[in-house]
Design a protein around this ligand. Structure first.
Ligand SMILES: [Zn+2]
Length: 450
């Protein structure tokens, strides 16, 4: 990719300037968003609301507005609004009407293979000033085009997978030569990827450490983790920072990466609309409660994967309360009241696991630090992720933080955290399998592949 070289110094300066102005334009919007009541509003106590506010506050501390173009699952054009959050999805009782983003999603992205269809789509895209979306590749099960990632300094398999919202195993499947030694990556090496998140071209630049800044703060500013930031530094500096992170001095120069462009057309469009030809109903089963059986129809693959995830979770954590399974799709699929997706039998809402009396509640209960069973919720999400059938999991950023920190304390290795979590890179920065989507504070939403 020569784009990086072509951008040149003047391009970089221009880009940095535009980023700065964009960032400041974003702040009021972010503030307004945070002040707004959550989408799944219902009667809740002030205490709960305070706890949530605290969680979000905590999650957002030190979190700058994202300086890069990014779009969370709605592959809208990269603009300031899309950087913050694309839309509210379903909270259970969410009113209809928050549908502004649907316009962006109306095109069916799936390559049809019909003669002429591609051409008309391309001209439509051109008319909108967009690049034509390339056809889905067979290696990517036609969900997205095949992309070539060039290994850069600081990359490891978990980070690379996370960047594109896929699993390490997906990368290994597409690049079998890596299987012998997945940790032996060299800069410049090319890897095939089927991106679930739009590829971003990045460029190295310099950050001068200011007084009061530490590694986490600087890392968050550039949508990185502290270890990732350290890995970008020359060997000696990196070694020193690893040994003593506090040796960081004001005035010191660090190498950082900034996104220079987003190849939005290379991410799959979200296929939220559609129907479900052969639907299978999730039967009642041991270990889980189906909230609305008449809304629990899915594809055979999805139903099987849900059952596999629950039984795997129950094996690991046999003592917990029943798993609360929310809506999947209606029989036959199509639009489902209260949801924007859940049309094709591949989406399921799953309640967070709580402790105490709340644990038995069949309605979804908002996460708060008093009742959230972080360990079990993490085990449940992991069980879903590990079915190998999941495209993405949507979960509130503040809840992600709680799970991330728990997992890290439990010794989950960093590559896996980098692979799975968007946190701590900022809620406007798409990364990992588990990503923020407004309205997912009392449940997580799993989107399956088929
Ligand atoms: Zn949902």
């Amino acid at each position: 990719m020569n784009i990086l070289c072509r951008a040149g110094v003047s391009g970089l300066v221009r880009m940095l300037r535009s980023l700065r102005s964009r960032t400041s334009a974003l702040l009021p919007l972010l503030v307004a968003l945070l002040a707004a009541p959550p989408a799944s509003a219902g009667p809740r106590s002030t205490v709960t609301r305070k706890a949530e506010a605290l969680m979000i506050d905590e999650a957002l501390r030190g979190l700058p507005a994202p300086p890069t173009g990014s779009e969370v699952d709605a592959p809208a054009r990269v603009d300031a609004a899309a950087e913050v959050e694309p839309e509210a999805e379903e909270g259970e009782e969410e009113e209809e009407g928050e549908e502004t983003a649907e316009i962006e999603l109306a095109d069916d992205p799936r390559p049809t293979g019909r003669a002429g269809a591609g051409a008309s789509k391309a001209s439509k895209a051109a008319a909108k000033g967009e690049k034509a979306r390339p056809k889905g590749a067979p290696e990517c099960e036609f969900r997205s085009a095949l992309y070539e990632h060039e290994v850069a300094a600081g990359d490891n398999l978990g980070r690379i997978a996370g960047r594109y919202g896929v699993r390490k195993d997906d990368v290994l499947r597409l690049n079998p030569a890596l299987k012998k030694n997945p940790n032996l990556l060299r800069p410049g090496q090319k890897l095939k990827i089927c991106p679930e998140i739009a590829p971003r071209l990045r460029q190295a630049t310099e950050h001068v450490v200011k007084k009061g800044e530490n590694l986490s703060k600087i890392a968050a500013k550039y949508q990185a983790t502290p270890s990732e930031l350290i890995a970008l530094q020359p060997k000696k500096v990196a070694e020193r920072l690893r040994k003593s992170p506090k040796s960081l001095q004001p005035g010191q120069k660090l190498v950082v990466m900034v996104s220079v462009s987003v190849l939005a057309e290379l991410a799959p469009k979200d296929e939220v609309r559609g129907s479900l030809a052969a639907s299978v109903q999730l039967p009642a089963g041991a270990g889980y409660h189906v909230k609305r059986p008449h809304m629990a129809y899915g594809t055979a693959y999805t139903i099987k994967a849900i059952q596999a995830a629950v039984s795997r979770y129950k094996q690991r954590r046999p003592k917990g309360p029943q798993v609360h399974i929310g809506d999947i799709s209606s029989k036959g699929g199509g639009p489902l009241r209260g949801h924007r997706s859940h049309q094709r039998g591949v989406d399921v809402d799953v309640g967070l696991v709580h402790k105490g009396l709340v644990a038995a509640e069949t309605r979804f209960v908002d996460a708060n630090s008093n009742t959230l069973d972080v360990g079990r919720t993490w085990a449940l999400i992991k069980a879903f992720a590990d079915t190998g059938e999941v495209r993405s999991i949507f979960l509130d950023y503040g809840v992600q933080k709680a799970l991330y920190e728990h997992a890290r304390k439990q010794g989950v290795n960093e590559q896996t955290l980098d692979e799975l979590f968007q946190y701590p890179r900022g809620l406007g920065h798409p990364h990992g399998l588990i990503r923020h989507w407004k309205g997912h504070k009392n449940h997580f939403h799993v989107r399956f592949r088929r």
